[in-house]
Structures are given as C-alpha cells and as structure tokens.
Design a protein around this ligand. Structure first.
Ligand SMILES: [Zn+2]
Length: 107
C-alpha cells in the first residue's frame, strides 16, 4: 500500500492518541501516515499530503514564499462577462434592479 507522511511541520508534536508509538513508558509522537488516494483525488489529491487543515496551513505558513514563487501573479486576470439589468419589484412593490452576470465564452 502506498503512503506518505503528513507534511505538516508540527504534525509530530500534536498530542493525540493516534500519534503515540513505541513500547513501555518511553514513547514518541509520530507524524501521521497517510494512505494515498484516501479521498479519491478530492481537491486535486491535496489530502494525500496532509492529515488535516491544521497541518496544511502550518505547511503553507512555513513555505508561503516558495509556494508563491512557483506561480507568481504579476498582473490581474480578467474574465469577460455581460451584465444584464432587470427592473423588478419586491414583495412590497418597491422597485429594484437585478444585475445578472453572464460569462462570455470566447473559445
Ligand atoms: Zn499532520
């Protein structure tokens, strides 16, 4: 069975029953072992690397500069849309404008 160890930098310090390993009185808290594909690739398989949100955010906090360097955003992106305005009346017959955004497919 393929597995990875949780990449959370503090995973092995969290005091939970599931992390205790060893025999006798002298034991250790061990990084959580993660079975690959445990959520069938949900969210691009991110949960193959982290035991939970806390460990994922610890990792991001520690490595944010390196992560952003992989794909830096140097300018704003734009999505072409059309906006339709519709004059409507509410329950009390007061007029209001509803704006409907429709994405324009340029493909
Ligand atoms: Zn973890």
């Amino acid at each position: 069975m393929n597995y990875t160890w949780c990449h959370g930098p503090e995973c092995h310090t969290k005091q939970t029953q599931s992390r205790i390993r060893g025999s006798g009185r002298d034991k250790v808290l061990r990084t959580i072992k993660i079975k690959q594909g445990r959520y069938n690739g949900y969210q691009n398989g991110i949960w193959d690397y982290f035991c939970g949100n806390h460990c994922m955010f610890d990792f991001i906090r520690e490595h944010i500069t390196s992560i952003i360097a992989i794909a830096p955003r140097r300018q704003a992106l734009e999505t072409p849309i059309k906006v339709e305005k519709e004059q409507l009346k509410d329950y009390y017959n007061n007029p209001y404008t509803r704006k409907t955004i429709t994405r324009v497919d340029n493909a």
